[in-house]
Design a protein around this ligand. Structure first.
Ligand code: 13P
Ligand code: SF4
Length: 366
């Protein structure tokens, strides 16, 4: 998803970070309750500290839906999060993304055209009223609308098992997109037989499956993935356990099953924060998720040893698109709003929003 971010002047991008943060605070004071800044846990510290509320995707979606005073909701996160906020809020509220190129590469791995084509292919021999579509919240508004129209639900990493249980109870099959790994981890946790889980590979006839495989499947997984979480593996976990036999491993469920099955626990960003916070002083953790969250855990828990689950040489684990939301981009947006210019507003057309609202509402009710 590329939306063409307008250039941010060098007076912002070249400015000292602490000065930018001071000016953001001044704008927050000026706007008062009219402005609500939401930040996802993967935001870097400089932006994160400017937020009114921080959370995982579910918490932030609820927060946007319940925001009563704010007229402007600024989402320090990625595009699908701002879209969900716009869908869940009345027209009187405007939602903004500080950098328009901040998309989620995994969400882009399932377009509504591809998913509709796959649905139609299956429909040639499956009773589609018994197939329940479920989309991870990391997906476009158009995908959420498709799911809403076909009786399905959105899920996040914190309620995936609950939503999948609902879908499997409601229908004979579940079609899950875009994250193969969240889908597989949740289905296996619910006790689905691994032989009844198949992968739908993009660009292949019947997703690369025989007709009989699709017919016998309970769970059909789209082959999308998060490149940050794909990097965690059982070898890193074994190396950590050798060095810290008393240590605990927790990973995000976008990680592969081979890593999730070797971890002590897995969960959403909010669940990871809770598990570390509730552990006794002196605990040792390896955390498999985006590095900004791991750094923040280290900062907030100096009495605990918290390691990023990665080889020492690895400088990866950044969600590159999340990092486009910088203090410069945030201040540039707030200054524009102060001048009456509604730049970077995220608006989902009402015909898409009304169907997408159905799938989001099903999730919020489940
Ligand atoms: P959470 O909902 O767990 O915060 O995850 C969102 C996300 O994009 C993780 O990669
Ligand atoms: Fe998307 Fe992965 Fe970044 Fe989350 S961490 S926003 S899934 S690319």
């Amino acid at each position: 998803m590329t939306m063409n971010q307008p250039p941010i002047p060098a007076t912002y991008t070249g400015a000292d970070e602490s000065l930018l943060v001071q000016r953001i605070y001044a704008r927050k004071k000026e706007f008062g309750k009219k402005l609500l800044i939401l930040a996802h846990h993967y935001q870097a510290e400089a932006v994160f500290q400017c937020a009114d509320v921080a959370g995982d995707s579910l918490l932030l979606a609820r927060e946007a839906a319940e925001a009563t005073d704010a007229e402007w909701i600024v989402f320090c996160g990625v595009h699908f999060m701002a879209e969900s906020a716009d869908i869940l809020t009345p027209d009187s509220k405007a939602v903004f993304l500080p950098h328009l190129d901040a998309g989620c590469p995994m969400a882009d791995m399932a377009t509504v055209e591809e998913v509709s084509a796959a649905w139609d292919e299956m429909g040639a021999f499956c009773a589609m009223e018994t197939v329940i579509p479920v989309t991870y919240v990391n997906s476009s508004a158009a995908i959420k609308a498709f799911v809403g129209k076909h009786g399905g639900s959105v899920c996040t990493s914190s309620n995936a098992e609950r939503v999948l249980a609902w879908a499997l109870n409601k229908g004979e099959k579940m079609f899950f997109f875009p994250d193969e790994h969240l889908g597989r981890n949740s289905a296996l946790a619910l006790g689905v037989d691994p032989t009844q889980i198949i992968l739908w590979k993009r660009g292949q006839v019947l997703g690369g499956n025989a007709k009989e495989d699709v017919e016998q499947a309970r769970v059909i997984l789209w082959d999308g993935y998060c490149e940050v979480h794909m990097e965690f593996d059982p070898v890193q976990i074994a190396a950590f356990r050798e060095e810290f036999p008393e240590g605990k491993v927790i990973v995000h469920p976008e990680s592969r099953y081979s890593a999730v099955s070797k971890a002590d626990a897995y969960g959403s960003t909010e669940a990871i924060i809770k598990a570390v916070a509730e552990s006794p002083e002196g605990s040792v953790w390896a955390v498999g998720t985006e590095v900004n969250l791991v750094k923040r855990l280290q900062l907030h828990h100096p009495g605990k040893t918290i390691k990023l689950l990665a080889p020492a040489s690895c400088q990866c684990k950044f969600c590159k698109t999340m990092q486009l939301v910088t203090p410069a981009a945030l201040l540039w947006l707030l200054d524009n709003l102060a001048e009456g210019r509604m730049v970077n507003q995220i608006t989902v057309p009402e015909d898409i929003a009304c169907d997408a609202r159905l799938s989001l509402a099903r999730m919020l009710e489940t």
